[in-house]
Design a protein around this ligand. Structure first.
Ligand code: HEM
Length: 428
């Protein structure tokens, strides 16, 4: 079969930062293609991605070892990691039945009921962050929406849920989270590899103290649930397993929500008519959040390993092939979403996006991040107005194979006048 490829390299830094023209060109050619000279088949069509995530017998999530690559051979990195606890494949990088066991336990802690119970705390953090941004602007300092709002919100929420609030500060949690994210998704220099390994061990030692405390005295937070949870009479998780789950929650929950908040506000700034409509009708916010997730898709893609010779979207794939399921491209597939590059807060099928994946690995934190995003935009739009990019603002998207996001978003704004309802009143 003749292979027709879209122009450009999908993993070149400039394409990772600004992939939309590449995806649009690729959609005109085929829903999937083998990348010559690599073991990778790149899947972009909406239906093809949905098909792939459903075929768990053929397409495995056990890609952790493949990604570890040369790093796992580095004796100095290994020596540092050996001073901590062993890495265990839990949710993201595990297949059933191992995956099923962890997922059941973690689902308990992320139920809708638990997320609803967190809403007041999320709103409290959001209101504090908005007040701090207003104070900073009043002092004549530039507000960077990423550093001043979009990073601290999810970090504070997850830190409080995994029991780290109070015992350590938000910046430390973010530092640990970045170390795990760098190890997973980026080509990083060896010095950074060593630094990341040290961060991993520091995180594990800190977690061990908290785990022991919760074993002795459960406090009702997520960490207490994980330490004591037992499904179907199975033995509770051991230290290394709990650390692996905590690490995934910390990493998966931070950068992604940060990126959606930042890209979401940028969409509103760039679409003043849409912003005005949502300001006048805050009931649109939940659907607008879905549209932001569809357009930004901060987890741009995820790997699968082909377990036996088969096909995807008519392309033959051999055992050992790596599938790159490109969620960000699928979410702009014109056969699924009309006018796919447009930001339409009232788009009817926005919620059918694949930003959280689908199937057994669908994001365990999807309800939590949807709640954070909705509360954040309720309060931001109720309290602030006239959002604009700060003069001279440069927008840079970090080139990362799996996680794409803005590195900064300098903004200006005014306080909203005319006694607006607070977000909580709108939500009621
Ligand atoms: C906007 C925010 C988020 C986005 C876009 C996102 C995206 C995703 C995606 C695409 C997957 C599926 C990966 C695959 O197909 O293999 C996933 C899985 C996962 N997410 Fe999220 N996520 C977000 C927020 C969160 C939060 C807040 C948490 C937890 C606090 C979280 C925890 C996880 C975990 C543990 C998994 C692995 C689940 C499994 O393999 O069973 N995520 N996420």
């Amino acid at each position: 079969m003749k292979t027709v490829l879209p122009p450009g390299n999908p993993f070149a830094p400039e394409t990772l930062s600004d992939p939309w023209a590449f995806y649009a060109a690729a959609h005109r050619i085929a829903p999937a293609f083998a990348l010559p000279g690599t073991p990778i088949t790149y899947v972009i069509g909406y239906d093809a991605v949905v098909d792939a995530v459903g075929r768990v017998e053929e397409f495995s999530n056990a890609f952790g070892t493949d990604l570890a690559g040369a790093r796992s051979q580095d004796p100095e990195v290994t020596a540092i990691l050996e001073t901590g606890w062993p890495a265990v494949d839990t949710m993201l990088t595990a297949d059933p039945p191992v995956h099923t066991r962890y997922r059941k336990l973690v689902n308990l802690a992320f139920s809708m009921k638990k997320v609803e119970a967190l809403e007041a705390r999320i709103r409290e953090i959001v209101v504090q962050l908005i007040a701090a941004m207003e104070a900073k602007a009043a002092r004549g300092e530039t507000v960077d929406f990423v550093a001043d709002f979009a990073i601290p919100l999810p970090v504070a929420v997850i830190a409080s849920e995994i029991g780290m609030q109070g015992s350590t500060d938000v910046l430390t949690v973010k530092r640990w989270s970045d170390a795990f994210a760098d190890r997973l998704g980026q080509m990083i220099p060896r010095e950074r590899e060593l630094e990341c390994a040290r961060e991993v061990v520091e995180f594990q030692r800190h977690s061990k103290v908290l785990i022991d405390e919760r074993r002795a005295n459960p406090t009702g937070d997520l960490l207490s649930d994980l330490v004591h949870a037992s499904v179907d009479g199975e033995k509770p998780l051991d230290d290394a397993e709990i650390m692996s789950v905590l690490q995934q929650l910390m990493v998966a929950g931070n950068e992604t929500t940060t990126s959606t908040l930042a890209a979401g506000l940028l969409n509103l700034i760039q679409n003043p008519e849409a912003l005005a409509r949502v300001q006048n009708d805050p009931a649109m916010i939940p659907n607008m959040v879905e549209e932001m997730l569809r357009l930004e898709t901060p987890t741009s893609g995820m790997w699968r390993v082909v377990k036996r010779d088969t096909e995807i979207a008519g392309i033959p794939v051999k055992a050992g092939t790596m599938l790159m399921l490109r969620y960000a491209a699928a979410n702009r597939d014109p056969s699924r979403f009309d006018n796919p590059d447009a930001f339409l807060p009232d788009r009817k099928n926005a919620r059918t996006h694949l930003a959280f994946g689908r199937g057994i690995h669908m994001c365990v934190g999807n309800m939590l991040s949807r709640k954070e995003l909705a509360v954040a935009f309720q309060e931001l739009l109720a309290r602030l107005d006239s959002f604009a990019l700060a003069p001279g603002a440069q927008l840079v998207w970090k080139p990362n194979m799996l996680l794409r996001g803005l590195s900064g978003l300098p903004i200006t704004f005014t306080a909203r006048t005319g006694a607006p309802q607070t977000g909580a009143e709108q939500a009621a």
